[in-house]
Design a protein around this ligand. Structure first.
Ligand SMILES: O=C(O)CCC(=O)C(=O)O
Ligand SMILES: [Fe+2]
Length: 304
């Protein structure tokens, strides 16, 4: 099989984006985001949020360290030569659990004036997160599950995984470049090494032999640079590497037009999935009592 290069498309309308990509579960790379490029350079970020304590990870989603963003940038940005293994990665999520922590909420509040949600994304009919009073939901100001500031020195990577609870993801690129490899949901078995009981883990590491190429041909591959966004629909497995020092913002959502698998998840697969607690947290944060998967399903889809 030969992998197809994903050509960036110009920013479509949200109706077109929902119909052509969200409803059909098709990945896309979109160019033409409206953002303030000068506010996202490493130097500018050191001034705006460098004093805040960031969450530092390895190549997947296990927290390894905390460090101010300024320390991280000073230590890791500017590496040259061959891509180095084990470069740490700042994934600075807004609060998604009931624990005190250096969550990214304060950093998101400070950078809110520097970007806008890409115009192609819908602003209503979300199933996740639940919008307050059914109002539109804006990832610039509102918390979404796994909304994170991603600061990745060259060589830092997100190993092959699949995002949690059948949610879709976007990654908006503001500085530097990343390479993305995408594998269809039907290939999950082929790409599973061993099930480790988490949503993210247990997949083959396609860059274990060499960082600059993937060892299993993806269905789609592309690169994302400043002002571009990648859309990763639910179920698609993906591997991402920063080939330049990189700054992005990501978040996950479920839209009513792409919610079929999410409904199935609530009907069974949530059971034993530690990520289900994140969904419950988002409902609780709106003042609702602890909801079961059945409650959440009937809230969104009526009685299943
Ligand atoms: O940009 C990246 O490193 C990929 C992020 C990602 O896939 C995720 O956070 O789930
Ligand atoms: Fe992901």
């Amino acid at each position: 099989m030969v992998s197809t290069f994903v050509e960036p498309i110009d920013m479509p309308s949200s109706q077109k984006f929902v119909d052509e990509f969200v409803a059909t579960n098709t990945p896309a790379i979109v160019r033409g985001m409206d953002y303030s490029a000068g506010s996202w350079t490493p130097e500018a970020l050191k001034t705006s949020i460098g004093d805040l304590t960031a969450l530092v990870y390895g190549t997947l989603f296990d927290l390894e360290d905390i460090q101010t963003l300024e320390d991280y940038i000073d230590t890791w940005f500017g590496l040259e030569g061959e891509l180095e293994p084990d470069v740490p990665y700042v994934r600075w999520y807004n609060q998604l659990k009931d624990v005190e922590f250096s969550w990214g909420d304060a950093a998101f509040a400070r950078v809110a004036g520097f970007w806008k949600a890409p115009a192609c994304l819908p602003t209503s009919n979300f199933v996740v997160p639940v919008s307050r009073a059914e109002a539109g939901t804006d990832p610039v100001r509102d918390a979404f599950p796994y909304r994170g500031l991603l600061v990745a020195a060259r060589g830092a990577r997100t190993r092959m995984h699949r995002d949690p609870f059948c949610s879709d993801a976007v990654v908006c690129q503001f500085y530097g470049r990343k390479e993305v490899a995408l594998y269809r949901p039907e290939r999950a078995d082929e790409l599973t090494k061993q099930s480790d009981g988490t949503s993210f883990g247990g997949f083959v590491d396609v860059r274990s032999e060499a960082l600059d190429r993937v060892s299993v041909e993806p269905d789609l591959h592309g690169t994302v640079g400043p002002g571009e966004m990648v859309y990763i629909p639910h179920g698609w497995l993906h591997d991402v590497i920063a080939v330049e020092d990189s700054v992005s913002i990501t978040w996950n959502f479920v839209h009513a037009k792409g919610a079929g698998k999410f409904a199935e998840y609530l009907n069974g697969a949530y059971n034993g999935d530690p990520e289900f607690e994140v969904l419950q947290y988002f409902h609780r944060s709106l003042g609702r009592p602890q909801l079961t998967a059945k409650d959440i399903a009937s809230y969104h889809f009526g009685v299943l």
